[in-house]
Design a protein around this ligand. Sequence first.
Ligand code: NAD
Ligand code: UDX
Length: 468
Amino acid sequence: MKKVKNICCIGAGYVGGPTMAVIARECPHIKVTVVDINAPRIEAWNDEDLTKLPVFEPGLDDIIKEARGRNLFFSTEVDKAIDEAEMIFISVNTPTKTYGKGKGMAADLKYIELCARQIARVSKTNKIVVEKSTLPVRTASAIKSILDNTGNDVQFEILSNPEFLAEGTAVTDLLNPDRVLIGGDNSTKEGVNAIQSLSDIYANWVPDSQILTTNVWSSELSKLTANAFLAQRVSSINAMSEICEQTGADVDEVAKAIGMDSRIGSKFLKASVGFGGSCFQKDILNLVYIAKSYGLEEVADYWEQVVIMNDYQKQRFSDNIVKTLYNTVSGKKITFLGWAFKKDTNDTRESAAIKVADSLLNEQAEIVVYDPKVVEERIYADLDYLGSRTPNENRNLLKTAKDAYKACTNSHGIAVLTEWDEFRTYDWERIYNDMQKPAFIFDGRGILNQSELERIGFVYYKIGSGIG
Ligand code: NAD
Ligand code: UDX
């Protein structure tokens, strides 16, 4: 079996960048080249100024500093990197389809297919192709069919190796994964060798007991299943949050009480304004589409409800702001603390803040957003993408601020959309003094100190317990 000395990763995004940086750091004997067609993104990965990396993740800058230029390279020369590599990771985006059959549900696999065709065209030596992107179950067979029908007389082995990192904790997740999952064909010698080659790479830092091998279909489906189960927990606790608000129960107390049951476990039970991120909604909708395509309507409906509940939670949060502010927010200043879909990331994909802002802008609110990591262009791009109003209208109604205190001055209400740690440590007395009265806080993350804020004079609404 040939040892892997050169890895190519196609796709330098939130997964490709951090994943390959960690492989390069842990395997100094392997040359890792991350390629992308997005030239500005590659330029940013190569920037001397590490604050300009395209992905913000705690600890990532140190790893890039150590490995970049040694055995980690970022490049736009896709063909060259494919040609040199014995193992190629495909880590491109697989968004929800926005057109044609399966629109709004199925995964769009056009970028995956383009990669497969490019690998087929360029390869002159045998390759192990690793699916790192999240893919519908049985995608490997489509990739194999494209690769095998090019007539280059090159052998390809396809492995599924889904990524379980969560943004904001990507580096620790990659360095200490709960498990590494490798799906491959263990019925052939070549398949077994390919599985071994990939296991050997992870074995440089992951204990053997945590490297799990399965058949390809189980691996592909496990990724969708894991995300569906995680998102389901969030929607379940969010469903309970509304019952709590109606009954005087407190969702955090309920979560603690049930989380101490070792069968339930305490993680992923934090009620919120709704889950966001590029994965949960997309992957559940993909699962729903797969179920439907096999005629499994009940299964499809069951999982779709997780997304329906999530949309409802976002709408409920903005409706509650309008209702509490005397049924009108027209011309009122509402401050958003946070725009990212969770703390410690600059990623805003599917962030609950986007939908909440859209609803409040429809009510003619004047929004000011402060987020410690998200740049203004991103916020406007998120809003413009919805197409609810013209870019000019968005820029007139919504402003961004670089300073949280300025963002809150003269505000009628503050909405906490992201659980950034710094929000807990603000001088809330100062913020209160500069706001319109009564001064409202809508804590969509349940992170602020209720009794302290109420002592200061705020009217404090917490998701999952309502107003004090
Ligand atoms: P991303 O959009 O951040 O990055 C994908 C990159 O691939 C982009 O930079 C794009 O330019 C590049 N690309 C697309 N087609 C290309 C091609 N033909 N050649 C070269 N480059 C190409 O996406 P991401 O968040 O990194 O996600 C990638 C995959 O990983 C998705 O399938 C996603 O579901 C999965 N995933 C994501 C996360 C996460 O937290 N973001 C976690 C686990 C799995
Ligand atoms: C998720 C999966 O966790 C990860 O394994 C997979 O690889 C990619 O998708 P990510 O979307 O990056 O990761 O973050 P995650 O921590 O799962 O949070 C997703 C969303 O759920 C965020 O908006 C978060 O705020 C929300 N959430 C999470 C809650 O509202 N409550 C919780 O208890 C947990």
